[in-house]
Design a protein around this ligand. Sequence first.
Ligand code: ADP
Ligand code: MG
Length: 241
Amino acid sequence: MIIQVTDLRKSYGKLEVLKGITTQVAEREVVCVIGPSGSGKSTFLRCLNQLEEMSGGRIVIAGRDLSDPKVDINKVREEVGMVFQRFNLFPHKTVLENVTLAPIKVKKMPPEEARKHGLALLKKVGLEDKADVYPDRLSGGQMQRVAIARALAMNPKVMLFDEPTSALDPELVGEVLGVMKNLAREGMTMIVVTHEMGFAREVSDRVIFMDQGVIVEEGAPEQIFSSPRNDRLRAFLGRTS
Ligand code: ADP
Ligand code: MG
């Protein structure tokens, strides 16, 4: 198991957003997280890469216990790549610079090596020819693919995706899902929060349904989508599919 989450709790003041999440993710596993808006999906991901401090429970990622005060948070962030709904590319840097910045600054990778690695990653996401352009020249789908390449540039052990296609025009969704599908096929360990039920069904090994800060049901995609047990999951699927 590369990720172990035990009784994870997160509150904002009096608002308890995560009420005891327990789950594990195996190496090379692809897990999709579905659930209604406000159920705590983003907060869950943000706890996993320490963008949020947990209020209770335990998270162990690749052998690092995040609640251990001696844990190196920067190392954790290097190992856990994250892609958000909004691309957050640096507008004043070229596509390639967006990808190489962190490896050079944080990992102290020699610039020439970072450049080669960056170009290979841009090739992987189908954007080699955009290396020297600025983000404002790109479509939303292209920006999101750069964001994926940028996250991969740190050689993460795990990739987290928070609704990576929700802000895209419908015709651009496919190209981003295609890149993610390839990553999954190559064996990347991934947790993907998504409303793309087709993707969850086709690509994931397991689906987690969250509602009101808890995991209500989890299982193989076939089971979740074809024979959901929980009423709230049934209602959710009825509403979205
Ligand atoms: P989801 O991603 O499933 O839509 P979120 O994790 O974004 O859900 O949010 C879960 C709940 O936590 C919501 O009620 C939201 O308003 C609340 N919340 C999220 N972030 C914060 C924050 N920084 N401060 C206060 N409340 C927050
Ligand atoms: Mg969210």
